[in-house]
Design a protein around this ligand. Structure first.
Ligand SMILES: Cc1ncc(COP(=O)(O)O)c(C=O)c1O
Length: 306
């Protein structure tokens, strides 16, 4: 197969200093990132040719690496340049951009993580949505999963990780129960998060989102900031499953889709099956502010930008 058979718009990857078609990119089978989920990653997105919060994503990625005692020979600026270059080469105006650091391959005959050279992988691919257009417009069906979220004392969810067996169990349960997404609870019966998203409950005009046992999503952070600017109170504290059930409105947040209304929880319909007014307001603020270029980094797609 020749390089010309690959369409850059299907995705571009960066591995070991080389840019290549995403479909051709691979990692060694013995990389601990693959065989032991010993890896961290972050996902940023490009919308209409602009990265959103690129520096914040890279800072969070570097914090995650620090938490796992990993390091790379790239500065934050160099990582940014690589990600921008993946997008530039792909030509994608709307893209899902992942950076990954794996533990790497241990020297022959050992499994000592200290001896591994950490590896960096990055790619840009077409934008990925958690929910389709109709679901985003009309609201998602969600279930409270019977699968418990892995305890934060065991795996710190603030370090973005590939320990997704609980979250994936939730996805299957959602589909089995005629829903699209599942939120997992912790052992105290408080809600946590779902596969790739955070959760907000709205009651009497006040937002609430879990304070612990969750990945501190960039979209969650953005919602907290936007709510503050708009004068909407937002509480970051434990949210019980019962409180979520009793909410006026529910929405989820993710880089893979922004602000997405939930209009059905465990078969119960919310807001007559229509997204609520606070959810719509936050949704419009999120997309509107991005449209204005807020916290954006413009990608230069010209050849000379390389
Ligand atoms: C477990 C988990 N929670 C929440 C999120 C949402 O984070 P963000 O808004 O940064 O996409 C993600 C994103 O992938 C995630 O994997």
């Amino acid at each position: 197969m020749t390089e010309t058979q690959f369409d850059p718009a299907d995705g571009v990857a960066f591995i070991d200093g080389v840019y290549m078609p995403l479909a051709k990119a691979s990692i060694p089978l013995t990389d601990r990132g693959f065989v032991r989920s010993d890896a961290t990653y972050d996902v940023a997105h490009v919308w209409k040719g602009r990265f959103f919060r690129l520096d914040d994503h890279i800072e969070r990625f570097q914090q995650s690496m620090k938490g796992l005692r990993m390091s790379l020979p790239y500065s934050a600026q160099e990582i940014a340049d690589i990600l921008i270059e993946c997008v530039r080469r792909s030509g994608l105006r709307d893209a899902y951009v992942q950076m990954t650091c794996t533990r790497g391959v241990p020297p022959r005959g050992t499994r000592d993580p200290r001896l591994c050279q950490n590896r960096f992988y990055a790619f840009a691919q077409p934008f990925v949505w958690i929910a389709n257009e109709e679901q985003r417009r009309d609201g998602l069906k969600m279930v409270i999963s019977s699968v418990q979220r892995i305890q934060p004392e065991a795996v710190d969810p603030r370090i973005k990780n590939f320990h997704w067996l609980d979250l994936t169990g939730g996805i299957f349960e959602a589909y089995d129960r005629d829903a699209v997404v599942a939120v997992l609870i912790d052992r105290d019966g408080n809600i946590t998060e779902g596969a790739g998203f955070n959760v907000f409950a709205v009651r009497d005009g006040v937002l609430a989102t879990p304070d612990r046992g969750v990945f501190e999503g960039m979209t969650r952070r953005t919602v907290i900031e936007l709510a503050g600017e708009a004068g909407i109170a937002c509480e970051i504290r434990p949210v019980s499953a019962d409180e979520l059930r009793g909410a006026d409105e529910i929405f989820i947040t993710s880089t893979a889709g922004g602000i997405m209304p939930v209009t059905e929880l465990d078969g119960r319909i919310y807001g007559n099956g229509r997204p609520g007014s606070i959810t719509n307001r936050i949704h419009d603020l999120y997309w509107g502010r991005k449209e204005d270029g807020w916290l954006c980094t413009t990608v230069d797609y010209t050849e000379t930008a390389a």
